[in-house]
Design a protein around this ligand. Structure first.
Ligand code: MN
Length: 288
């Protein structure tokens, strides 16, 4: 297993200086930095090349994550929107190739967060989502990027809330470059037992997000780390384990993630570094 973190732990906006965070996570002992994949589309080739070289020099692997915005919803009944979403994902994948990122995960099968003021057509969304994923699966494989479908809680989307639903969707897509991504923050809401959910994913598990149930760094809450570690060993998981902590209020990140109180203990950046380094040591031991 390789261990990483999402850059947004330290950030209030989704756009950030990824080169700065590559150095930071290398210094803190991580193997992986997860990037906000959407921001890469706005970068020119020189910047993407600089990120690639920085990650090579630092020995940091890169992965990407996105919740597609509604105007790029690849499950939309509006064919123009769906088509635009597919093209947007292709632009993201081309940029990920340029930085040599190996994974694209998140809500890449619909849009995020779901607008529940509109009616839910789960069957229609599911069918169009499968079609869109099949349109990009080869394109992603050709660029060395694995697609992983993130399973999220019911308040954020409805298509895949459990490991079982995610596996069924990946199975129905039926492409070797499309796998499942679990996130214990969401699993804590939807699954009976987290270990069982990991075993249900089994060989389909391609990426794993971790954090406490209030999105603090691992080791600060009641998440069943021993149970998850045992299940990961049971399935022989050797992919990425990426922390996704959100502990600071403010900015677009704070409002998108709904951080309405300080969860950091009013930490400065130095304290955030210490907290996540300690969490890394904790999960390396629990998942070893
Ligand atoms: Mn996640």
């Amino acid at each position: 297993m390789k261990f990483g973190t999402y850059f947004a732990y330290w950030e209030q906006e989704w756009n950030a200086d990824y080169k700065f965070y590559i150095d930071k996570v290398a210094r803190l002992g991580f193997d992986i930095l997860e990037l906000g994949a959407g921001a890469l589309v706005g970068m020119d080739d020189a910047e993407l090349s600089a990120i690639k070289h920085k990650s090579r020099d630092a020995g940091i692997s890169l992965t990407g994550c996105i919740g597609l915005p509604a105007n790029y919803d690849v499950s939309s009944a509006d064919e123009g929107v769906r088509r635009g979403g597919v093209e947007y994902l292709k632009k993201i994948l081309a940029a990920l190739e340029k930085v040599e990122a190996s994974v694209l995960g998140g809500i890449i099968y619909a849009y995020w967060p779901c607008d529940y003021s509109k009616p839910v057509d789960k069957a229609g969304v599911r069918a169009r989502s499968i079609g869109s994923l099949l349109e990009i699966a080869d394109f992603a494989a050709d660029r060395g990027v694995l697609l992983v479908l993130e399973t999220v809680n019911r308040f954020e989307h409805f298509l895949i809330n459990t490991s079982e639903e995610a596996v069924q969707l990946a199975h129905d897509v039926g492409h070797p470059n499309v796998k499942v991504m679990l996130d214990c923050f969401h699993m804590n809401i939807e699954e009976d037992f987290l270990g069982d959910a990991i075993r249900t994913a089994g060989k389909w598990l391609g990426h794993f997000h971790i954090g406490e149930c209030n999105r603090k760094v691992p080791g600060r809450g009641h998440m069943p780390w021993d149970e998850m570690g045992k299940a990961l060993r049971d399935i022989g998981y050797d992919g990425a384990v990426v922390m996704e902590p959100f502990v600071r209020m403010g900015g677009t990140v704070g409002s998108d993630i709904k951080v309405w109180r300080d969860l950091s203990g009013n930490a400065d950046d130095k304290k955030l570094d210490e907290d996540i380094a300690e969490a890394l040591k904790f999960v390396r031991e629990k998942f070893a």
